[in-house]
Design a binder for this molecule. Structure first.
Ligand code: GLC
Length: 477
């Protein structure tokens, strides 16, 4: 089976968040399977093209039509290590030779070009996949263009899967975009139009052959207005093709036994190794060096749907407990300021790191005891999986992928994985933290549990099996 992944980011080439990790872990795992060949196509961003980390070779160039314009399109290929996993990059300096990946005024046009160029490239590469798997709004136009402009030759047999990693970002464009940029007629305007504008994600929901979300629970949640950011109606109409497959974690990349950024590497059951990382972390961050106090970590983009208002509301109650609190992340100034103020109020107990530093993040995953993730919604979430891999017990709200990957812990039988709360309520969150802190002092049970969660198999094997089943279902007909 030939699978083509199309996405706006994929590690190790380009990554801004969880999507980048998925577009590494899943293709790598699938390419190990018998009779499966995987190709990934990404934009040739400045950092990839002019960075010194990757070796590329030129493959071909042609023009992509976007409405009345002919746009130069280059295709480059990563000099690869594996015959079964190929990476191509779509080159156009006007669109992609810029700093960063997202946030430009013309992102809609940039990713419309990318989506069309990917489809156009297939005939020049003479490569026709069985399934194209697209991700998030940036590639939502792939199934739309495929149906609108490519119903000829070998293109006609290609099936499409569209994965929603986060329904909050839908790619909303003015109506004029349809004709002026996409070059699509009135009938396609209806497919894309939603709520007074064009909505690219809606276009993919309607035109893709299968829809998936990155956890089972999220696939049910987005059928309700509370989670759907307006798209619940259209999703309910297309529910027959929707399913949820919970993400895995690249357990080679996230591995405390090998992670070169740690003070000391450790494996399951190595209580002393983890304790040494904790001492090192406390020293590095100016926290009181104590091994009898739980360190609670929060590593997140500091935005509202991560549930930070619960922490803000409970700041003083939290800090009046005998615990230490470490935050890493950037985002809305309201939350950045809240955490800075907490650090000022509680020196030696609280450390606010308003930045993103992956080395520090690794050290916090390793050195902390508890990991707080009170998200209002969470399509899947990766941090709770990383935390468990590093022996750090998650405290989560029961939503989306958090619900699927962190079943509530029974502190007697040690079934389950973490401390959970159901309602989006600050006192319920505080209650979960209190229960976690109490359990922390039950050292014998605690150490057993740490060993269990470090051994939990959160890798890509099972999710890749489920995706393969889905692709097979599509290509059988
Ligand atoms: C998005 C979601 C996150 C998920 C990631 C990868 O970033 O917000 O929950 O883990 O995509 O699928």
């Amino acid at each position: 089976m030939k699978l083509l992944f199309v996405a706006s980011e994929g590690a190790p080439y380009a990554k801004s968040g969880g999507l980048g990790d998925v577009i590494q872990g899943l293709p790598v795992e699938l390419s190990k399977r018998k009779d499966v060949e995987v190709t990934v196509i990404l934009p040739f961003y400045r950092s990839i093209k002019f960075g010194s980390d990757f070796q590329m070779e030129y493959v071909t160039s042609f023009a992509t039509m976007l409405s009345w314009r002919q746009i130069y399109t280059g295709v480059f290929k990563a000099v690869s290590r594996s015959r079964k996993l190929t990476y191509y990059f779509i080159d156009n300096e006007y669109y992609f030779n810029r700093d960063g990946m997202y946030g430009d005024y013309d992102d809609g046009e940039r990713y419309a070009f990318f989506s069309k160029a990917v489809l156009e490239s297939l005939q020049y590469l003479n490569y026709y996949p069985d399934v194209i798997h697209c991700h998030d709004w940036q590639t939502a136009l792939v199934p739309v263009f495929l149906k609108a402009n490519y119903q000829f030759g070998a293109y006609q047999n290609i099936k499409t899967v569209f994965t929603i990693h986060n329904i909050e970002y839908q790619g909303k464009m003015p109506d004029s975009f349809c004709d002026e940029i996409l070059g699509l007629g009135e009938e396609w305007k209806n497919v894309l139009h939603f709520d007074d504008c064009l909505n690219l994600m809606k276009g993919a929901i309607v035109t893709a052959d299968k829809l998936t979300t990155v956890s089972k629970t999220y696939s049910h949640e987005i059928l309700y207005a509370y989670f759907s950011h307006g798209l619940d109606g259209i999703l309910r109409e297309n529910q027959y093709k929707l399913c949820g497959i919970t993400n895995g974690l690249d357990t080679d990349v996230f591995n405390p036994k090998k992670d070169g950024k740690l003070f000391l590497n450790y494996g399951p059951g190595d209580v002393e190794g983890k304790a040494a990382n904790k001492r090192h972390l406390q020293e590095r961050l100016g926290l009181e060096v104590r091994d009898d106090v739980p360190v609670v970590a929060l590593i997140s983009r500091l935005v509202a749907h991560k549930g930070l208002e619960l922490v803000e509301f409970m700041a003083n109650q939290l800090m009046s407990m005998d615990l230490q609190f470490v935050v890493i992340g950037t985002g809305e100034s309201r939350f950045e300021d809240c955490f800075r103020f907490m650090e000022y109020q509680y020196p030696g107990k609280m450390s606010a790191n308003i930045l993103f530093d992956s080395a520090l993040a690794s050290q916090v995953y390793a050195g902390a005891d508890l990991f707080l993730m009170p998200s209002k919604s969470e399509p899947c979430g990766l941090s709770q999986l990383i935390a468990m891999r590093y022996g750090t017990v998650p405290i989560v709200r029961e939503t989306g992928g958090l619900f699927d990957t962190v079943p509530a812990l029974n502190t007697e039988s040690l079934e389950g994985r973490g401390f959970t709360f159901k309602l989006f309520n600050a006192h319920d969150m505080l209650g979960a933290v209190e229960r976690a802190v109490e359990f922390y002092h039950n050292r014998e049970q605690w150490n057993k549990h740490i060993k269990n969660i470090m051994k939990y198999n959160s890798g890509w094997k099972n999710p890749a099996d489920e995706y393969l089943g889905l692709y097979q279902e599509l290509t059988e007909y």
